[in-house]
Design a protein around this ligand. Structure first.
Ligand SMILES: Cc1cc2nc3c(=O)[nH]c(=O)nc-3n(C[C@H](O)[C@H](O)[C@H](O)COP(=O)(O)OP(=O)(O)OC[C@H]3O[C@@H](n4cnc5c(N)ncnc54)[C@H](O)[C@@H]3O)c2cc1C
Length: 561
């Protein structure tokens, strides 16, 4: 942990040191070699936490250091500004950059919209999407929904229930909202304790050094835009009846039957939540498969497992219109027909950067077609005094990445350390049920980049499923460069995958080899031990094609041996 207060997504559990999963992964961290492996940023999403160890320089105020040589930061003009840094948006990236900058001695202000669980042009809240409308509330709902599976599993282990356990949606939402209020308060305190001035209101850029917040103007040497993005519902007839992920996290009642449009990670996570809470769930995806950009076998595996869990997938089926029927229920017309009887239709088809009405066009900040701010590798925009981090730049839209970008920017501007965020081997997770964890290259990317790769896979029934009787399986894949023996990618779908993957990500980032994996002793009996005991490749790919199949990967049950 950092010497100064370090804050990412709050820890939701307090005790983890005895977990065999973490012990297994910690064993790995002892084997790190100095070598490092750099991967291009993989498109799928990521989890993890990036904290830097930073000395607290507050009070020194002697940081007239600039990094103009490498990143084009303009030297100090002999002009007085209200602040060294003015940040618009107090989400993950904005809070991280502001706090670190203040710790490095800069005078910093950040503006943020008033709190609301649902975002709009005029509402948001300190903490941003991750804390109020993303990672945290979503994960709390995932926890809640997983109990139904646990109850079912427990019966094979001897548990009996006199009546079926009942779920109370309003208790869950009330407790979740109380936690969000606590967290937004914590974030405000973190800013205050770092000496950052927090202003409530909507920020708009007036000129390269001036920000307007609800009619009051502030000048700053540097302006940081960290306004994130918002969910987007496409223009189809009846879109007013649809909900987005903000609303889905704060519904007054649980959906009886829900259509979820989209095959990305947010769609799958919500499908798991509502399925676990016993709603009837239909997922409509435009393509043949869910999770574009993920490893192909993982895409197939997770869809199969989710289907077995009761979710109905409608593939290659796009929504055309939503109609509200006299009974109040919704009917969804798609490219293949009509499905009736939905209490809710949710769109999880993408997010848009919050760059409208921000004054960007008038100051000349360049944006891409979808409204994302274009930045260089130091997060500098086309206007030298204006910087942007996080989702608004549409690089890798994840909390730990926004944190990394914010921290790197503070170092660049106020610590005389020009720092580029490192997008190599970002681990990622999908909190579907079962969840996915992954790091490094997919098999398809590895073949494209390295031609000769060895693929190790395991697809097995975990020990727990032997007594639970449920159809749960686990899939694992290790992708190895045939020439160097380095592990290029690791993918897992099954219980605890994200927790397992966070530890193994250290090994992949450090460039460890398959031989390092093989020489690590497993922790028995765990599912994770499989990752250090896969000895025979499932297939060898040479010259980018013609896989040589070595063995059948659908192995039998994994039980104590
Ligand atoms: C449903 C969902 C689940 C997610 N799950 C995960 C996950 O499990 N793991 C993960 O890593 N990531 C997850 N994400 C992504 C993650 O939340 C984002 O990548 C992260 O929050 C981006 O941080 P940011 O600082 O760029 O923007 P944000 O956190 O969105 O913060 C931007 C802030 O700017 C404010 N703002 C906007 N315009 C203005 C203005 N004009 N003036 C003042 N303030 C303004 C907004 O109110 C907001 O508070 C999830 C996202 C969603 C939607």
């Amino acid at each position: 942990m950092a010497t100064s207060i370090s804050f990412t997504t709050p820890k939701l559990t307090s005790s983890f040191s005895s977990s065999p999963i973490l012990l297994q992964t910690l064993l790995f961290s002892r084997k790190l070699s100095a070598s490092s492996l750099h991967f291009p940023a993989s498109s799928p999403q990521t989890l993890g936490s990036g904290t830097h160890s930073l000395g607290r320089l507050r009070g020194l105020r002697c940081f007239t250091v600039r990094a103009e040589s490498e990143n084009g930061v303009e030297p100090y003009a002999p002009r007085h500004y209200d602040f060294d840094l003015f940040t618009i948006g107090a989400g993950s990236g904005g809070v991280r950059a502001s706090r670190f900058a203040a710790n490095f001695g800069a005078t910093v202000a950040v503006c943020e919209l008033p709190f609301s669980t649902i975002s709009s042009d005029s509402s948001g809240g300190v903490g941003g999407t991750c804390v109020l409308r993303g990672c945290v509330p979503k994960k709390l709902l995932v926890y809640s929904s997983k109990y139904s599976h646990d109850f079912e599993e427990s019966m094979g282990f001897g548990w009996k229930y006199d009546s079926e356990p009942k779920h109370d949606w309003s208790t869950l939402i009330a407790n979740k909202n109380a936690e969000l209020h606590r967290l937004t308060g914590i974030y405000k305190n973190i800013l205050k304790n770092s000496g950052v001035t927090l202003l409530e209101g909507r920020g708009k850029i007036i000129d390269p050094h001036t920000v307007d917040v609800d009619g009051k103007r502030y000048s700053a040497k540097h302006i940081l835009i960290s306004v994130g993005g918002r969910p987007f519902i496409p223009e189809i007839p009846g879109r007013e009846y649809a909900i987005d992920s903000d609303a889905a996290l704060d519904l007054p009642s649980k959906p009886e039957k829900i259509a979820i449009i989209g095959g990305g990670y947010i769609a799958l996570e919500f499908a798991g939540i509502f399925n676990g809470l016993k709603s009837e769930v239909h997922v409509f995806i435009r393509q043949k498969k869910v999770l574009r950009g993920f490893d192909e076998e993982v895409r197939d595996f997770v869809a199969e497992q989710m289907s077995l869990g009761g979710i109905e997938f409608h593939t290659e089926e796009s929504p055309q219109a939503i109609h509200k029927l006299p009974d109040g229920l919704l009917s969804l017309r798609t490219t293949k027909g009509t499905v009736d009887g939905f209490s809710h239709v949710m769109f999880a088809t993408g997010r848009q950067p919050n760059t409208k009405n921000l004054g960007l066009d008038s100051v000349g900040v360049k944006m891409s077609k979808n409204g994302a701010i274009e930045v260089d590798e130091f997060s500098q925009t086309s206007v030298p005094s204006i910087w942007a981090v996080g989702d608004v730049t549409d690089r890798v839209n994840l909390t730990p990445v926004a944190l990394m970008e914010g921290g790197a920017l503070a170092k660049t501007l106020f610590l005389n350390e020009p720092t580029k965020p490192d997008y190599g081997a970002i681990p990622s997770a999908v909190f579907s049920q079962p969840p996915i964890g992954q790091v490094g290259l997919t098999e398809e990317q590895a073949i494209q980049q390295y031609s000769d790769v060895d693929i190790f896979t395991a697809n097995f029934r975990p020990l727990k499923a032997t007594l639970s009787g449920l159809p749960d399986r686990i899939f694992m894949k290790l992708i190895v460069c045939a020439k160097t023996n380095k592990v290029l990618g690791l993918h897992m779908c099954g219980e605890d995958s994200p927790e397992i993957m966070q530890g193994f990500a250290v090994a992949i980032k450090a460039g460890l080899t398959k031989a390092d994996f093989d020489s690590t002793v497993g922790i028995h009996p765990t599912a994770a031990e499989e990752l250090v005991t896969m000895r025979t490749p499932t297939r060898k790919i040479r010259n980018g094609s013609s896989p040589e199949v070595c063995w059948e990967s659908r192995a039998p049950s994994k039980s104590v041996s």
